[in-house]
Design a protein around this ligand. Structure first.
Ligand SMILES: *Cc1c(COP(=O)(O)O)cnc(C)c1O
Length: 399
């Protein structure tokens, strides 16, 4: 199995097509927010629509993606993994981005909007600290002060990322409400935003009220745009299938967006399936119900009374009871197939990729690798797996 020589210049650009959505994805999406947020979100939405088609803004975004983030990220032919699985597998290397994951694509995009809007302060929530670090990085780059809300339990578990955010000049604010994890940090950040609507809230995934899912999808679509160009120049054809892991849904929508209109490309999402006991039904799309949660209507994990409940995954980035409204729509239409991947399967893929390719993947990304290895075994297909982030943050964990 050989890699063909890269023959074409690859453009770094978001997909204008992602702007066709009006905040609704079928029956999902919308903005279900307290009164004081209605106006600020409307202003944000108008500003985003204007900037997304402004050539000057696009050039500035592309400039930072190229020279600061290090895009385009390579599409790497994983030869030893391919031989092992019996299919031709390419890895989209988002792990090589500055700060080590895809999240920086989105925080750079949103911080540039904040700058244009003259925001005095950036706020964000974080679970494992990855989005907090990406936000603190973008805020430092633009010289805007930054507050990151984080659950007390996560602060304890993610000491290294807390230290990184502080080094980057951000103020980390502890929340002790609820279970003191991500869901509670989002609530705390939203409460602060209601009290300070002149601050700019940078959301980390394709969730929350309109216009966030649309903005995040637009900024992350560079992944799919690049991957499509890259596979065409490296293989002269489209892949048979593509794979990504699903937390809130941003790295996956980034990759998928480049191939949604190619019916011959099969699309697969890997959800955090936890321990996969009958009691632990942690995968949102597989076991959730359409519900209004944190500003949007989408699938959500709920208890018997219909209230949002905790999710459990070995991967902090997949441990969220909600999900992108666009993925909810893509599930219902059948365009994308979603499968839960257990903690064990993900840990095996984490070890496998490290040994076969010398690439230590984030435990989140390992879910996509696990699903791909399972479904592609002996099938001789051409596939792309999105490697959403690097696994340095996971090496000290006892899996
Ligand atoms: C945050 C994170 C995820 C999950 O978030 P999405 O919005 O679903 O992409 C996946 N992988 C990595 C490395 C992350 O940091």
């Amino acid at each position: 199995m050989e890699t063909k020589i890269l023959s074409r210049q690859i453009e770094v650009s978001p997909l204008n097509e992602m702007l066709n959505y009006n905040g609704k994805y079928g029956e999902y999406g919308g903005a279900f927010v307290p009164e004081p947020l209605v106006k600020p979100l409307e202003i944000l939405s108008n500003e985003f629509e204007k900037l997304a088609v402004d050539p000057g803004f696009k050039l500035e975004f592309i400039y930072y993606l190229k020279h600061y983030v290090g895009r385009p990220s390579p599409l790497y032919f994983a030869k030893r993994l391919s031989d092992f699985v019996g299919s031709r597998i390419y890895l989209k290397r988002e792990d090589l981005n500055h700060t080590g994951a895809h999240k920086i694509n989105n925080t750079i995009g949103q911080v540039l909007i904040a700058k244009r809007m003259g925001a005095k302060e950036i706020i964000a929530e974080t679970g494992a600290g990855q989005h907090g670090v990406a936000t603190a990085t973008a805020a430092a780059l633009m010289g805007i002060s930054c507050k990151v809300f984080m659950g007390a339990k996560d602060i304890e578990r993610q000491a290294l990322n807390v230290k990184r955010m502080e080094l980057l000049g951000a103020q980390v604010i502890t929340t002790t409400a609820g279970t003191a994890t991500l869901k509670d940090a989002v609530d705390a950040a939203l409460t602060y935003y209601v009290q300070h609507p002149d601050s700019f809230y940078i959301l980390g995934s394709q969730v929350g009220p309109h216009p966030y899912p649309k903005m995040v999808g637009y900024f992350q679509s560079v992944i799919g745009q690049e991957a499509r160009n890259q596979i065409l120049s490296q293989e002269d054809r489209l892949p048979d299938s593509i794979f990504a892991c699903i937390g809130g849904g941003s790295n996956s929508i980034g990759l998928f967006s480049g191939f949604l209109n190619d019916p011959e490309v099969e699309i697969f999402g890997a959800e955090g399936g936890g321990l996969a006991t009958p009691q632990n039904t942690a995968a949102t799309l597989s076991f959730g119900k359409p519900t209004i949660f944190q500003g949007t209507r989408s699938y959500c994990l709920v208890d018997e009374k219909g209230n949002p409940r905790e999710s459990h995954s070995v991967a902090a980035g997949l441990d969220y009871p909600g999900i992108s409204p666009q993925h909810a729509f893509l599930k219902d239409t059948g365009r994308v197939q979603y499968f839960p991947v257990t903690d064990n399967e993900a840990v095996n893929a984490f070890n496998l990729l490290s040994r076969l390719e010398g690439i230590i993947p984030a435990i989140e990304s390992s879910h996509a690798v696990a699903l791909a290895t399972k479904l592609l075994k002996g099938k001789n297909r051409l596939a792309i797996v999105n490697l959403s982030g690097r696994g340095d943050k996971d090496v000290e964990r006892e899996f």
